[in-house]
Write a protein that binds this ligand. Structure first.
Ligand code: ATP
Length: 612
């Protein structure tokens, strides 16, 4: 496919203001892509060359990109630099310079997606002496053959500033649109959808059939995405073999699985009422890690499916001693002082998130991995086994191991015992407990009652913190003028519409250093207008791309006409006295607290009682 088609689609996507329009544009683009290139098209739409777990970052410096533009357009680096200072967006600078290009290149050829991808991949992977010059050459070569609009994106992609705001759910929705005609021939699927529409009136049914069928297709795709987090790969299979083709996709070591998540209930009593006899585990406050072992090869994925293997050398070593040739299991890693038997606070554990001196850190504060679930072992998926069996097998595989241990747990059907265990855990400095349904399957990528969390909370606080996404900020006033940032506008995620809905303005809980670093981080992702997937009636001084998640505490969830989260009859949800706790680097914006969760928390807080 010509790169021009992709660039034109990007240009259109940038201009739309509604997510549905964006979805239609993507559906059109995917329809035009061949089987062999659809994966590349998908990755490029998200400004990547591969899914995040493959850890391929193009990471080109601005200085080198400026040089490539100068080279391709026949201007000096200083001229390009000057324009960049004025415009603040090198993509636009490239576009402008190519419009007034001084020289016609001799070897310009039509750019294809394949060629662009190939050069960008080389830029991402060349190393060693002379690699910088080669990167400049590779980019200049592409620019040489590019039209001005193509140049805009050829620069933004390697700089990591494409930011079209295309989320994974939107890509899946676009696919559902394209698969509709094929799905209509699938009798079983059609029957299932018709059954759902049975109660509706005749004309309503016809109207809603396509919509419901599309949702059903999306659900099928998502259920596969949950166990195989590679949209490019899935898209290729869908193109090749339609929906039937992805049926065979299952979990395999090396490809991340989306994590199962915990529901909330306010008391021990309610948890026992819901689950009956259950496992109750300590809730540790560290990094959630998914460990994949394939023979000797160990890969560790974070909560957001990034490859973080290098951060945990002591865990990699320990995994090699497991009694299984292949395995996928999960645990929470945190710094634990064996001598005093104390857990270090999260601030100590988080220090592992660094590029240098990891070995030194691993010696000073070795981490313990508290393992809690086993999803795969020796060539077999165990996701459908009941939890108690998975746990038993996990224990056997771990055996005696100093670094990897099972989470502390009790099995009980008594609310009193659960409560005592909770209190004991909190006294030990833990976050609380997670109760688990002994018979539940592992449900990837969903928040269900197979896990229920109960966290410590203090007077005047919600039973749990909320993870909100920053969608904009307000300039500082008074004492805060010097930081450039006085407060944040934040949102929660609405899964149904794949958008971010405003819930709180936050101005407290940030130290001066935090204000400074937030300003720096957010300045890099400023947006001229409200991003397509953001829904907010409040207007911040500066909009930003929804990217960063922060953990927030509040006294209460209230109703307010100001915010759009869960808005009905003119009132949405708001947080009372919100304060920032910390940045949650382990979460993607789509993993923030959802509108549905807020609604549930709002209902529950009215009947919160203490004690069992
Ligand atoms: P929180 O902010 O409470 O951690 P969350 O949104 O990150 O919430 P939840 O699904 O609400 O995630 O809570 C489960 C998280 O608790 C897991 O992602 C994991 O990181 C952590 N955790 C700690 N101990 C355990 C345990 N024993 N079993 C399962 N998860 C645990």
């Amino acid at each position: 496919m010509e790169f021009k088609i992709l660039a034109d689609s990007f240009d259109k996507v940038e201009k739309v203001s509604k997510r549905l329009e964006m979805t239609d544009l993507l559906a059109e683009l995917f329809e035009k892509s061949d089987v062999d290139e659809i994966a590349r098209v998908i990755y490029l739409c998200q400004g990547q060359l591969a899914p995040p777990y493959k850890d391929i970052e193009i990471g080109m410096g601005e200085k080198y990109a400026e040089e490539a533009i100068a080279k391709a357009a026949g201007y000096t680096k200083t001229e390009v630099e000057k324009e960049f200072k004025k415009k603040g967006d090198l993509g636009l600078v490239a576009e402008e310079f190519l419009k007034k290009k001084k020289q016609r290149s001799l070897f310009s050829a039509e750019l294809t997606v394949e060629k662009v991808f190939k050069n960008l991949m080389r830029i991402a992977t060349v190393e060693g002496s002379g690699s910088q010059q080669l990167k400049i050459k590779l980019l200049a070569e592409l620019l040489n053959s590019a039209s001005p609009v193509e140049a805009r994106y050829l620069i933004r992609i390697p700089l990591g500033s494409l930011r079209l705001g295309i989320g994974d759910p939107t890509i899946m929705d676009a696919f559902a649109i394209n698969l509709l005609p094929e799905a209509k021939k699938d009798k079983a699927l059609v029957k299932k959808v018709e059954k759902k529409l049975k109660e509706k009136k005749e004309e309503k049914r016809a109207e809603e059939f396509d919509k419901k069928l599309r949702l059903a297709i999306r659900e099928i795709i998502e259920s596969k995405y949950n166990v195989h987090s590679d949209l490019g790969d899935l898209a290729e299979t869908l193109k090749r073999h339609d929906l039937k083709g992805i049926e065979k996709i299952g979990i395999e070591p090396g490809i991340p699985i989306r994590p199962t998540l915990a529901e909330r209930l306010p008391t021990a009593k309610k948890i026992i009422e819901k689950l009956g006899k259950c496992a109750v585990e300590a809730k540790y406050d560290g990094f959630r890690l998914a460990i994949h072992k394939k023979g000797e090869k160990v890969t560790i994925f974070s909560r957001r499916q990034e490859n973080v293997t290098e951060m945990f050398p002591e865990i990699v070593e320990a995994v090699k001693n497991l009694k299984a040739s292949d395995a996928i299991f999960e645990g929470e890693a945190l710094a634990f002082n064996e001598e005093t038997e104390e857990y270090y606070p999260f601030q100590v554990t988080i220090q592992r998130k660094r590029k240098y001196d990891i070995d030194k850190m691993a010696k000073e504060f070795p981490l313990t991995l508290f393992a809690f679930d086993l999803l795969y072992a020796n060539g077999q998926s165990l996701m459908d086994l009941p939890f108690k069996e998975r746990r038993e097998r996990l224990g056997k595989i771990i055996g005696k191991n100093k670094t990897i241990v099972l989470t502390d747990t009790i099995i009980t059907n008594s609310a009193k015992e659960l409560e005592e265990y909770f209190n004991k855990s909190v006294e030990k400095g833990l976050e609380g407990i997670i109760a688990k349904d002994l018979n539940a399957k592992y449900i990837a990528g969903a928040r269900k009652f197979s896990w229920i969390k109960l966290k410590r909370s203090y007077k005047g606080e919600l039973g749990d913190t909320i993870d909100t996404v920053i969608i904009g900020f307000f300039k500082g006033k008074g004492k805060r003028t010097k930081f450039g940032l006085g407060g944040l506008l934040t949102a929660v995620y609405d899964k149904k519409s794949d958008s971010f809905k405003s819930i709180a303005k936050i101005g407290t809980g940030m130290s001066e250093e935090m204000l400074e670093s937030l300003f720096k981080m957010l300045s890099k992702i400023k947006k001229e207008k409200k991003p397509v997937r953001v829904d907010s009636e409040l207007k911040p001084d500066i909009w930003v791309e929804p990217k960063y998640v922060i953990e927030v505490n509040a006294d209460e969830i209230t109703k307010s006409p100001v915010h759009t989260a869960g808005k009905e009859k003119g009132e949405g949800f708001a947080l009372r006295f919100p304060r920032m706790i910390k940045l949650r680097q382990d979460k993607t914006p789509e993993q923030a607290t959802t509108v549905k969760e807020i609604e549930q928390m709002f209902k529950k807080q009215r009947h919160v009682s203490t004690g069992a």
